[in-house]
Design a protein around this ligand. Structure first.
Ligand code: MG
Length: 265
């Protein structure tokens, strides 16, 4: 069993213990920022730090295969496939020559279409970092599978943070196997193979699993998804059906291009 799986398993086994360490949501909402950050720190995993691997510089976008649904191409009409989560209306993020950039403060965006099992290709780019911003504050975004399970997007090039929150992590669950970041300003590539959890009524029959390649390098190898992505507290396991893909506005001008998906179910 590798470190990655040991960490996931230990978090899973500790789930009931962890749950008892966290007050109800209403109490958390009434806390100060400092108190909330102290609670959030309980699910940060700081070791092991994934080794850094060097990858070739970014090349041209990988063309979508013929059976893929293009969610973001060079055509601005592609934005019709996305909606603001806050307003349910058209997205406010900027689109220029096929590059979609977060408009900080406008909120997350999600696809109109719902997905279950998928192969997903996504390219993203962190802008030049503000030296005053480090860790989770350095160009943070994320891709949420089925609106609930975040594969972290973060400028993790020479930017230490808790490894279960760095680029390629299943956020607050599983550390990536390696750090395959290109330097900031270059396009990064994610290829994600996702098997959705199965439910019968409210009962979870099987967990979700995800495989992630970052710039062509394996960082999640058929990783079990423990439940929903939570900044504070343990993952939850609500029953659900197919659901949208979501991109996160974490207040940074992260850009995206060439997003396409193949349905596997
Ligand atoms: Mg994020």
């Amino acid at each position: 069993m590798n470190n990655n799986k040991i960490l996931s398993l230990s978090l899973l086994l500790c789930g009931s213990v962890l749950a008892s360490e966290f007050p109800p949501a209403a109490e958390i909402a009434a806390m100060t920022d400092q108190q909330r950050h102290a609670l959030a720190a309980k699910t940060e995993v700081w070791t092991p730090v994934p080794p850094v691997v060097t990858v070739a510089p970014a090349s041209a976008p990988l063309a979508a295969p013929s059976d893929a649904l293009v969610l973001l191409g060079a055509n601005s009409a592609d934005l019709a496939q996305w909606r603001s989560v806050n307003s349910g209306k058209a997205v406010e993020w900027s689109l220029q020559e096929g590059e979609l950039t977060v408009k900080p403060g406008s909120g997350d965006i999600q696809t109109l279409e719902k997905f279950c099992d998928i192969q997903l290709h996504l390219e993203w780019r962190a802008p030049k970092p503000d030296p005053a911003k480090t860790g989770q504050l350095r160009n943070n975004s994320g891709i949420f599978l089925q609106d609930k399970y975040e594969i972290q997007i973060l400028d993790s090039y020479q930017n230490p943070t808790y490894p279960n929150g760095q680029a390629g992590s299943v956020y607050k669950q599983t550390v990536p196997l390696v750090n395959a970041m290109r330097p900031d300003g270059q396009w990064q590539q994610y290829d994600i193979i996702y098997r959705a959890p199965r439910f019968e009524g409210h009962k979870r029959l099987s967990a979700g699993f995800v495989t992630v390649l970052h710039n062509g390098v394996l960082v999640q190898n058929h990783t079990e998804i423990l439940g929903t992505t939570e900044w504070i507290g343990p993952p939850q396991q609500p029953a659900h059906g197919c659901a949208p893909l979501k991109l996160q506005d974490h207040g940074d001008q992260v850009s995206f291009r060439n997003i396409w998906v193949r349905k596997l179910d």
